[in-house]
Write a protein that binds this ligand. Structure first.
Ligand SMILES: C[S@@+](CC[C@H](N)C(=O)[O-])C[C@H]1O[C@@H](n2cnc3c(N)ncnc32)[C@H](O)[C@@H]1O
Length: 268
């Protein structure tokens, strides 16, 4: 199923190398803080069409392989391929099973044969892809007729409390940028796949303090990697100002962090 005839991109985008390195570093800590990721992926599994019985599935942006193992349990007779841009994540996932093959690859340029899978499952990975149209084109190429692309991603409004608090402190980009929900709608509609379901659901997590939130983002490998992010250490005074600014959002359950999650199920 893996297709090595696709030459690697001549000059990988540096941002992708950073994303891969950041997630590779986070492989050991990821599972201990990934409750939201598990909840979102489970909700995506629940949205898979019941009659779908893939012979081959792809877990794209598979991370530590939590959902590769869930897909294996759901489809024990199928062949699974885990694809991730971060080699460190695949190294971590491989001994834990689930997928038969673990392949380093980019969702925008899949190292997989055309018409080779009935299901591409991808949870909370494609928000890292600047070209979502390319992700959809690649999914359409790799799926067999009748196949399904099931994805979750994050859209604008995600971590707005953290971004708003930093905005008050220094106006710099401290939170990853996310596509608008309408862009997901437009790009899915423009693709060759048919949209069976597309929905945005907010998930709100609560933390006792900002440090717990930023620690978690770092342990996930999901802290800010945007160009234009402030470099170097964050000064003590600025951190104090951030903690104070975030307090405006505090509620009875603590400090909220909102994730706007896009759920999409598309058919070929
Ligand atoms: C937040 S983790 C999600 C992992 C897993 N799907 C889960 O739900 O637990 C995002 C994963 O996507 C991978 N990723 C990011 N950009 C990617 C790309 N362009 N192609 C393939 N994988 C990518 C990261 O390396 C990381 O392992």
């Amino acid at each position: 199923m893996a297709d090595l005839s696709q030459p690697p991109l001549p000059q990988p985008h540096p941002a992708k190398q950073q994303v891969a390195a950041s997630f590779s570093r986070a492989a050991a800590s990821y599972d201990s803080v990934a409750q939201l990721q598990r909840d979102v992926g489970q909700a995506l599994l629940a949205r898979l069409p019941a009659p779908l019985q893939p012979r081959q599935w792809v877990d794209l942006g598979s991370g530590t392989g939590y959902f590769s193992r869930a897909l294996y349990q759901r489809y024990p007779h199928a062949t699974g391929v885990a694809v991730d841009i971060a080699e460190g994540m695949l190294r971590h996932a491989r001994p834990l099973g689930g997928a038969c093959y673990h392949v380093v690859g980019d969702a925008e340029r899949l190292p997989l044969r055309s018409a080779s899978a009935e299901l591409i499952f991808t949870s909370l990975a494609v928000q890292w892809c600047s070209d979502f149209a390319a992700v959809l084109d690649e999914a359409a190429r790799v799926l067999r007729p009748g196949g399904v692309l099931a994805f979750t991603s994050l859209c604008q409004g995600t971590l707005y409390e953290l971004q708003g608090s930093w905005q008050q402190v220094d106006g710099a980009v401290h939170v990853n940028r996310f596509r608008a929900a309408q862009d997901y709608q437009r790009l899915c509609a423009a693709s060759s796949l048919s949209t069976l379901e597309l929905q945005v659901c907010p998930h709100v997590l609560h933390y006792p303090g900002v440090r717990q939130l930023t620690h978690e983002l770092k342990a996930l490998g999901a802290h800010n990697l945007n160009p234009g992010r402030p470099s170097g250490l964050t000064g003590r005074a600025r951190v104090a100002a951030l903690l104070q600014a975030y307090e405006q959002y505090r509620g009875p359950n603590g400090l909220p962090a909102t994730y706007q999650v896009v759920y999409g199920v598309l058919g070929k």
